[in-house]
Design a protein around this ligand. Structure first.
Ligand SMILES: Nc1ncnc2c1ncn2[C@@H]1O[C@H](COP(=O)(O)OP(=O)(O)O)[C@@H](O)[C@H]1O
Ligand SMILES: [Mg+2]
Length: 221
């Protein structure tokens, strides 16, 4: 459904990606693991169209994504993809429900429709009663669940998460991952998660290891 072929990303003489082939099937949950500096974030950003690769192709449901212009790519990111980052990527001045509604509002939905859909996801993620709280008035785990709700409301095909549990304690991290994977399963979204956490990687159905900008292995449980 989403695939990269021969992906190369360079920073000067440094190859962040040195020719990566990767396939993400519809609804699949994939962990990307590897040492610091191995190219995990670069791969995620190239696949998601945030960064442009220096070489290679990206196909999404039969469409050549890498050949799209900036405007089309940003539209694609808004409509087809959802993002969960390590932390701090919620808008601090907005309430939980406003944060969750944001992608739908940007996609042109009406305010009521967007906020109503957002509230449903907040409730599914165990945040009923917290709709009007701002990120600073919640725990790290709760804020990450708001970020997960935000990544899901517009029904993306793929959710990209870069170290989504990196700022959480082990138990909250585990619960946050369960919430993310469970919610993705409900919507049929594929999930691509970069993680340092061995337990989390091992709990995912598929693990792709990256080393020096190359895929070292792909293991399906
Ligand atoms: N904006 C940048 N400018 C220069 N070098 C970068 C930049 N981003 C990443 N790199 C380099 O590319 C390599 C891969 O980085 P990254 O994809 O962030 O790895 P990871 O997420 O696995 O830690 C590293 O050597 C890193 O230093
Ligand atoms: Mg990284």
């Amino acid at each position: 459904m989403l695939s990269g072929r021969g992906l190369v990303k360079r920073y000067g003489a440094q190859y962040a990606l040195a020719g990566v082939d990767i396939d993400i099937r519809a609804g699949e949950a994939v962990a990307i693991v590897g040492p610091s500096g191995s190219g995990k974030t670069s791969l995620l950003h190239v696949l998601a169209g945030i960064l442009r690769a220096d070489a290679g192709e990206i196909h999404l449901a039969g469409q050549r994504v890498d050949q799209l212009g900036e405007k089309k790519r940003s539209e694609l990111r808004r409509t087809e993809f959802g993002f969960v980052f390590q932390s701090g990527m919620l808008v601090s001045e907005l309430s939980a429900e406003e944060n969750v509604a944001l992608p739908s509002l940007l996609a042109g939905k009406g305010r009521k429709e967007a906020v109503d859909a957002g509230r449903i996801w907040l409730e599914r993620l165990g945040l009923k009663g917290m709709e009007t709280r701002r990120p600073g008035e919640m725990s790290g785990g709760q804020a990450q669940r708001v970020a997960i709700a935000r990544a899901l409301t517009h029904q993306p095909k793929v959710i990209f998460a870069d170290e989504p549990t990196g700022a959480l304690d082990t138990r909250t991290g585990r619960e946050t991952m369960d919430a993310l994977l469970g919610a993705a399963r409900e919507t049929g979204a594929a999930v691509v998660v970069v993680t340092h956490d061995r337990d989390i990687a091992e709990s995912m159905p598929t693990t792709v290891s990256i080393r020096d900008g190359l895929i070292a292995s792909r293991v399906a449980a």
